[in-house]
Design a protein around this ligand. Structure first.
Ligand code: NIG
Ligand code: FE
Length: 411
């Protein structure tokens, strides 16, 4: 049996491993794959020698750049309908919060999601998923949160699972039980929170539908105490957690996420120095969502300098959702992270590879190119990796490998 199945020669590899050169660059390099895993990394010359010795499928990478497959670590990909009418309303001066308080916003997507069939949900999400995949995405996190009743939340998570099983992409499923209070519980929010944190979470977890939980901790959504109840319940079930924190105001959600060891705190436009320090101390990743900031035409960007100074790892994601971020382009999110938030292109790429993997707790599997890691790779027709963040509406992706298998021939 061959030591390797495939050997790619003549690539520039951005390993995105920490230490060493920028982007963990290996120029004029080679990478070998065995099954689903990276088996060897070295120079093109060494690769050539191995290639001659063995009966391996030797492939010419044609001078392309190879990066880890991109990871979109925060999406609400599965939902019914759209919110284009609210887009128009917001342009006429109505705020996101006003729309939400008037029963629109997340609630309007909940109505459309509850009445959609699973097939409709699957088909509409697949269109968005394919756009992400075309841009080199090999792992996507998908949140529920537009069902807000047990059966509808289950359906969203099942659709998320099925998307991953039927497409060459890995899906992480997050139960966003505390997204918005559904109208049938308007008079009894405590009962809703109790159900989400109790029987609903238990049932969905037992069905294998939950990798992590999430809560929208915000004054138009759920309080610190309510969020804590979910984080506590998740911990007792051994589940990971994310928190929508500091999107519209600083309620101390980043501190809470840190206290409970959440994998990530997401948004963080409103974050204090002590919040940043708490994230750093807990090893909680800051997930930046510039397409939501852009769509809401916000004017207070996340305090990136503070996060850097505190040593908080930065991830970048699309937040793909019908309300605040109708964005199914990870490269656009990277561009916006640079242009709107001041990230360097290297930080943007770390944010959709190494740090996005950490935000999902899967950094030992994916997010960097190293021996033993899963062979999830993206091939790019670019001169230098900064080009991935530079273009707007360009897609230089020339090929994608998921679990050691090319999705299609190089283009
Ligand atoms: O990440 N902030 C809460 N959740 C989403 C928005 C969902 C919606 O408006 O439908 C977000 O921005
Ligand atoms: Fe979100």
């Amino acid at each position: 049996m061959n030591e390797w199945d495939q050997l790619w020669i003549g690539a520039h590899i951005a390993t995105m491993s920490l230490g060493g050169s920028a982007y963990g660059e290996l120029s004029d390099a080679a990478v070998a794959i065995k099954g689903e895993r990276i088996a060897w990394l070295g120079t093109a010359a060494e690769g050539q020698r191995h290639a001659a010795a063995d009966d391996i499928d030797v492939r010419d990478a044609q001078g392309l750049w190879i990066t880890p497959g991109l990871i979109d670590c925060h999406t609400h990909l599965v939902y019914g309908g759209n919110r284009v009418a609210e887009f128009e309303q917001r342009l006429c001066g109505v705020s996101y919060e006003d729309i939400a308080r008037a029963g629109g916003g997340i609630q309007s997507t909940v109505r459309a999601t509850r009445t959609a069939t699973s097939t409709e949900l699957h088909q509409s999400a697949l269109v968005r998923l394919r756009r992400l995949m075309a841009e080199g995405v090999t792992t996507v996190e998908i949140k529920s949160g537009y069902g807000l009743e047990l059966s509808a939340e289950r359906r969203l998570l099942e659709v998320a699972r099925d998307l991953g099983e039927r497409s060459p992409v890995s899906v992480r499923k997050t139960f966003l039980g505390l997204h918005s209070l559904p109208p049938e519980f308007a008079a009894d929010r405590r009962e809703f929170v109790n159900r989400v944190c109790g029987p609903w979470l238990k049932a969905l977890t037992a069905e294998g539908l939950v990798d992590a939980v999430d809560a929208f901790c915000e004054n138009i959504a759920f309080s610190l105490e309510e969020t804590q109840q979910l984080l506590e319940a998740a911990k007792s079930l051994g589940l990971a957690a994310h928190v929508h924190a500091g999107q519209l105001s600083d309620m101390g959600a980043a501190e809470l996420a840190s206290k409970w060891g959440a994998l990530s705190a997401d948004h963080l436009e409103f974050l204090s120095a002590s919040g940043a320090r708490a994230l750093a101390a807990a090893g909680t990743i800051a997930v930046l969502l510039p397409a939501a900031y852009f769509t809401l035409r916000q004017t207070t960007p996340p305090p990136v300098a503070l996060l850097r100074e505190a040593g908080v790892p930065l991830a970048v994601a699309t937040d793909c959702n019908p309300g605040t971020s109708p964005c199914s382009s990870i490269l656009t999110a990277m561009n916006m992270a640079c242009t709107l938030f001041g990230l360097t292109p290297e930080e943007a790429l770390s944010g959709t590879t190494r740090n996005a993997a950490r935000a999902l707790g899967i950094q030992n599997e994916v997010g960097t190119i190293a021996v033993g890691m899963r062979a999830d790779l993206a091939f790019w027709r670019i001169e230098q990796p900064a080009e991935l963040s530079y273009g707007l509406g360009a897609n230089p992706c020339a090929g994608v490998m998921h679990r050691g298998t090319m999705r299609a021939e190089l283009i």
